[in-house]
Ligand binder design. Structure first.
Ligand SMILES: [Zn+2]
Ligand SMILES: [Zn+2]
Length: 120
């Protein structure tokens, strides 16, 4: 690949944002973590990264909300299992609601752990 600016010079890097070939003279910020062709691409790249971080942050919040709902659901199922135990002596209903409670608690635990891990 040739440099996008100097047609006779071989590119040594590629702009992380627009993908153009860069020769050593055209790398806008040689000391930066990422190779970019211009400050415009640098800004755009940083903006994209911020958007990504924001999305990650949102997904952590979603995981927390999911954990909360699963715990809630598990609590309700557990209450239903206890109610079934006393009011409706039907083994199927008791096992079913107790199973639901277990699954919901497990899911809530899983989501809660995920939220903690990516939240730090
Ligand atoms: Zn670029
Ligand atoms: Zn060049």
């Amino acid at each position: 690949m040739k440099c996008f600016h100097h047609n006779s010079t071989e590119a040594v890097a590629v702009c992380m944002y627009c993908g153009r070939g860069l020769c050593p003279a055209c790398i806008a910020f040689p000391t930066a973590r990422r190779m970019v062709c211009s400050s415009a691409c640098q800004t755009a790249l940083e903006r994209d990264e911020r958007t990504l971080l924001l999305l990650l942050d949102k997904s952590v919040q979603n995981a927390r909300a999911s954990a909360f709902y699963f715990y809630l659901c598990g609590g309700l199922s557990a209450a239903a299992a206890v109610a079934a135990w006393f009011m409706l002596p039907s083994p199927f209903l008791i096992y079913f609601t107790a199973g639901c409670a277990l699954v919901c608690f497990a899911a809530g635990f899983w989501y809660g752990r995920g939220a903690r891990q990516s939240g730090t």
